[in-house]
Ligand binder design. Structure first.
Ligand SMILES: Cc1ncc(C[n+]2csc(CCOP(=O)(O)OP(=O)(O)O)c2C)c(N)n1
Ligand code: SF4
Length: 288
């Protein structure tokens, strides 16, 4: 049995967490650790890859393997990690800016590739780390540091987008409900394929509109929803107010790793195989 304590970061007592008091990243981190415990995972079973931003700092605040990478680049790095070691539980994390803007391209093509990874988006509907600019999910009309007259661009509906792209697993939760969030994360990790999990995560410092109370009043948990029905999933994803929470869509299909030629006859993880440097050198000498 694993315990929650195992996921506490191994740091001296004086170590400071730089998230603001009350930030929604705290309950999100607790829910993540609870999901690991629920699945009886050990810290060394898991690798979290993050981009850049407040959300992306999570790798420092939870005890697993961690890779704090570049803005918007968590998904390709996580995909490579999973391809190299399919036995690891691989999670990519970042904010709504990181995943949908700077990393938007990787979000689209990651869904198409279908690596067996879980992608967790901390959606606070604002750029937190850089102090409150409008992000791809900021609501129309909201006044921000860079949109003082109000946002006029259409917010991105990433849940609907993921469903349209035939993502393997698409879910959403709100971190104000930690147990439910932990349950959704656990389902996503258990799912074989690219699992998109968008988590509403209040930013108490720079988003004074989408507060804890706002999310409580503007979301609801879907009951008796059939996640195998794509049209129904899309209909649910298009509901604006209140916004549904739960597993919208499940589409079981072969993963990237299952499709890779190198694993067809030999399931030894790539990172354990010897590098045949002479063959590579010979190939380059012969062909270039
Ligand atoms: C390529 C690049 N563009 C911009 C930045 C500056 N930058 C750092 S974090 C960030 C926004 C992060 O917002 P989000 O991903 O929503 O995460 P949050 O901080 O809200 O958790 C930006 C624009 C950067 N580091 N690299
Ligand atoms: S700025 Fe917002 S997202 Fe960042 S730590 Fe503070 S409350 Fe959290």
């Amino acid at each position: 049995m694993s315990t929650l304590g195992e996921f506490e970061p191994k740091r001296p007592d004086s170590y400071d967490v730089s998230w603001c008091p009350g930030c929604g990243n705290f309950p999100l981190r607790d829910a993540l650790a609870s999901a690991f415990k629920k699945l009886n995972l050990k810290p060394t079973d898991i690798a979290i890859v993050s981009g850049i931003g407040q959300a992306a700092k999570i790798v420092h605040y939870i005890n697993t393997h961690g890779f704090h990478s570049l803005h918007g680049r968590a998904i390709p790095i996580a995909s490579a990690l999973k391809a190299s070691n399919p036995n690891l539980v691989v999670i990519a994390e970042g904010g709504d800016g990181d995943m949908y803007s700077e990393g938007g391209n990787h979000f689209l093509h990651g869904i198409r590739r279908n690596s067996d990874i879980t992608v967790i988006i901390h959606n606070n509907q604002i750029y937190g780390l850089t102090k409150g600019q409008g992000s791809p999910t900021t609501m129309i009309g909201q006044h921000t540091t860079t949109q003082p007259f109000g946002v006029f661009e259409e917010p991105l509906n990433a849940i609907a987008l993921a469903i349209v792209l035939n993502a393997s697993f698409v879910a959403r939760a709100y971190v104000g409900n930690k147990d439910y969030t932990a349950d959704i994360i656990a389902q996503a990790i258990n799912h074989k394929g690219f699992a998109v999990v968008e988590l509403f995560q209040p930013c108490v410092s720079f988003n004074k509109v989408n507060t804890y109370q706002w999310y409580s009043e503007h979301t609801y948990i879907m009951q008796n929803h059939d996640p195998k029905n794509k049209i129904l999933a899309l209909q649910k994803a298009l509901e604006n107010d209140p916004m549904p929470l739960g597993v919208f869509y499940i589409n079981n299909k072969k993963t990237f790793e299952e499709n890779l030629m190198c694993y067809k006859q030999d399931n030894t993880p790539l990172f354990k195989r010897s590098t045949q440097i002479d063959k590579i050198k010979h190939f380059i000498d012969e062909n270039f």
